[in-house]
Design a protein. Sequence first.
Lengths: 545, 315
Amino acid sequence: MTTRILRRATAFRHRLLGGWVMTILLSSLAILTSLAATPVEANTIRAVMHSSLRVLDPITTTAHITRDHGYMIWDTLLGMDDQFQPQPQMADWSVSDDGMVYTFTLRDGLKWHDGGTVTAADVVASFKRWANRDGGGQMLMDHVESVEATDDKTMTLTLSSPFAYVLELMAKPSSVPLFVMPERIASKSPEETLTVEDQIGSGPFKFVADEYEPGNRVVYEKFEGYVPRKEPASWTAGGKVVNVDRVEWINMSDAQTALNALNSGEIDFLESPSVDLLPILQANPELTVEKLNALGSQTMGRFNFLYPPFDDPRIRRAALLAMNQTDVLASLIGNPEFYSTCASMYGCSTPLATDAGAPPSLIGGGDTEAAQKLLEEAGYDGTPVVLMQPTDVPTVSPQPVIGAQLLRRAGFNVDLQPMDWQTLVTRRASQQPPAEGGWNMFFTNWYIPEVWNPLVNPMLNGRGKDGGWFGWPDDPELEAMRNEFAKAGSDEERKMIAERIQKHAFDEVTYLPLGEYSIPAAWNNDLSGILHSPVPVFWNITKSE
Amino acid sequence: MFSYCLRRTLAAVPVMVVVALFVFLLLRLSPGDPAAIIAGDMATPEQLDRIRETLGLNQPMYLQFFNWSGDLLRGDFGTSLMSHLPVTTLMAQRLEPTVSLALLSMALSVIIAVPMGVIAAWKHGSLIDNAVMSLSVLGFSVPVFVIGYILIKIFAIDLGWLPVQGFSRISEDGVGAFLEHAILPAMMLSTIYIALIARMTRASMLDVLGEDFVRTAHAKGASEKRVLFKHALRNAGVPILEVIGTGFALMITGVVVTESVFNIPGLGRLTVDAILSRDYPVIQGLILVTSGAYVLINLAIDLSYALLDPRIRYQ
């Protein structure tokens, strides 16, 4: 009897365990053997960009992802080639002999995604909206007498005073390019951000509104009505020939997940892989890892000129001497293959590159002793330096830590305050004293095209509390030199003025340029024809079957 | 029963009002400005002011609250400050991934954990019991993202059986594609709940297995299977159901890590994105909806007690 009960119990236990295990195993096997990883569809490029697309208006915001979105669906009036030269894109131009009248003529075949024809009235409205918002555009408007559509295909811009940088500003690739929008959309104020319904352009791709999921996915389809220029593509100039049917931008917040997806062929293109993970991508023969933006980015520090201690130029100079680019870049990027020291405020691969005014210590390891001495001479009283440290964005979180250490070594009393990036963005707009919600110093990064000349470089704006960039230096001498630069007629003259400006900016320590870096993109070898450009573009790319 | 349900539902109203007020104030008093986020790096203070004005953020706080509450009473959760899409559209886009993943994970957890707990209790003190308890401790202790990456390494990268990321909707791509994408995240997500439910099941079963009626059932010659599952498990069911219900509610709102590791466009990631961009209407809408879900799930759990234990009656 006992044996029978035991046997039954054992049999039941086996049945229970066996049935349970078998059910799970069989179910798993059935699923696993019947399914395999889905390959990316042919003629669709799946790309993971550097961040998710939240705002759909490339004029209201300076967010790079929105600018990149702009290049997909809107065309630009002018383009810029890899020789830094403005080129015709939607329009060709002519300039009057006295340099005061610019005439832009639209090329044939320009259509909106909803079927309408692009007219000069659309261009005028787009120009005004852009010029209202963009720093360079605002400076240009100070010299403009009128902008008008003289016929359906012609826009005439008449200057009120000489300004030689018209075409360069209108062709600049970042951060707010002159995208041309339909007049009804461009008539909105720059503060009224565009909606999903406003995503009508004349660019090489169409925005697929039905498939837009903010924070997850943006879908573009080839615009069959787009007529590209005949010239070869170069940066944002030349023919925007689209060779694929669709482009999908998929947001992946986790760097490891994005890497896995590229390695397994689930995505085709990864714009900004984590530097730490690059060796894994480089080891995969099916992938190409290459710098697309050879100009790279500049990392920099900015002082608040309104409050002690950085309202004193001697103390700013002490901070400049305390800094060294190598330590900052090593902590930010790590691998020297992807960063370089650079004493130029305009970037080191640009026509205006110069080391004028830069102390040798900036790229030579710092000069703590000189900084200590200068700080003492300036009578620094230990006023705390409120240094904002964003902890959630890897490309801006190491600089404050290293910066604080270098400043402390020189004798500064640093109050390093951790916060998220969005808090920093809000707080840096405050002109209150540091103890009342203000600040003394922060760090950020710029694409080189955003700093490559004195007109577009926001840190070289000396307009003070009204019209200046965060930190608000009030520097009429700097402003006078920028105006001189804008009127300079030759490249040699511009370069000389740019050097003077940089020398002055280093003397006043308008900001701390802390070197350059360029992170390569990675893509599947099925893609070819990817353009090297300061902004990521998806025309010219072919995907093999 | 009906009046009980009605009373419980009505009692949730003041809770939701307090939640709404709390969330509204918390967001407005915390640092961060959506206008600065929209404008980007180059905005001047004047431009920021104009954007705030366009968004209605420069109105007095009480006015903003009354406007929002009024819209809410009409069923309008507002529109996102960033994308200008209705909050309900954004939530609808993210609801299916989160709910379907939570359901699959909970089903997986129950299927695995309940038998584990029953067997561990049945074989109390044996090797199997110790193994189940050790696995349970492991399930609690190992961070879920570690489990996720290990699963990806084995099943997606090395074996190539499953995709490393992404999500397919049952409504669009069918059950097969859904399972293909959801099975690994569900395994990752269910680990901690398997540990939790297995422990709870074991503890409840141990209590019940010592009761007189179990001995009586054995004495009457009832089979082991009948004693365990018909008599013991049913009587041990109330605390197990409590854990399952609470776990489900937590899954709906707490899956952000899983969603990030597997790139699933669910409510968790929407919440984090909205918080990072200070998208007030989206955050407010999400918190209100998830609070409502908590209330409803708790009500459902309470009501289900009566099904397991006829002694429980609601007045």
